[in-house]
Design a protein around this ligand. Sequence first.
Ligand SMILES: *Cc1c(COP(=O)(O)O)cnc(C)c1O
Length: 394
Amino acid sequence: MTPADKHADYDLTTLAARAGEEARPNASVPLVEPIYQSTVYAFADLDALDGAMSGAEPAAFYYRNGTPNAATLERALAVLEGTEATLVAASGMAAISAAFLGVLKTGDHVVTDARVYGVTYALLAEEFPRLGIEVSFVDACDLSEVEAALRPNTKIVHVESLTNPLLTVPDVPALAKLAHNHGALLSVDNTFASPAVFRPALHGADLITHSVSKYLSGHSTAFGGVLCASAELVALARTRLLRLGGTMSAFDAWMTMQGLKTLGLRMRAHSGNAQAVADVLVNHPRVKAVYHPGLSDHPQFHLAMDLYPHGFGGMLAADIEDAPAFVKALAGRIPLAPSLADVITTLSWPWGTSHRALPEAERQRLGITPGLLRISVGIEDIEDLLGDFETALD
Ligand SMILES: *Cc1c(COP(=O)(O)O)cnc(C)c1O
């Protein structure tokens, strides 16, 4: 008997469509979850399908509603962030949009730190006003400014745990109290920190978002986002996300799971290396300023030490005397690449990339000068890394 005999009566068109699936092994299971590339699932009978559709029996049925790989990643991230539920999405922006749209309706108001990620800024400044949602931009490190901006219709206060590119540290516990006293939610984009160094839910945050494309996956190979929150807030966001079509791909969920397994080890290395690089750069005559929460001249140094007992991750920024020459001198060793959180060290140039759209005077006012470089410090051997930087500076 050959495999073909089982299908003896069928035409090749039928065989091409059906054959092969029966070879799937049952006696063992893969140690690592496979990638579920199926866009739809089969059910044994109507009861099983009814159970899945009604939500009584958790089961995958159609890709847009979520794949088994996404469900696995959601479970892992709920454990790491310490929230009841999570929702993964096609990008960090999809997760942030869904988190906001789950809560907000026309007539509501948002207070946000003005230093948030550029596309989040554009979402709040340009898209939400079109929906009749008002937004106030404040300095979230100034609690009295946040308080003054709160209104009876304020639903969300939004900040980033560590801001881009100058690594300011808003007081998340105090902001959570302030927001809650006014009946609003605190939303924290925790992308720069990762739950390995900061868990906003433990400090009162209600909506926690990430671009998983950064530290959570960690190798510049996976793309996606996540919202971590209560089951109720996640359900509201999930409805919006699925209708708007922001499903994360099974492949990206699977890739993120592989990266996530080393998050703790990577963040320890990122944090230690970034502190060492900051300590060396701050003493170098060609470096005009260094921005890192672990330096004693950082404006929120004491708060940062309280909130981040295990380091601050790999991000820092430095204002370099001759930045174009410095970048050139590092070429071939430390690439200029406008993203972050890879295991290798990369540089980015906020003046010409993330903050390009801001007027020059506004960039200067924020401390974003043409010579400012953001350094995403990787997990390389620290002596090699310091050697690269010192050689380039000299
Ligand atoms: C990258 C990033 C985002 C957006 O995430 P995408 O996955 O690129 O959509 C949001 N917030 C921060 C802080 C980021 O670094």
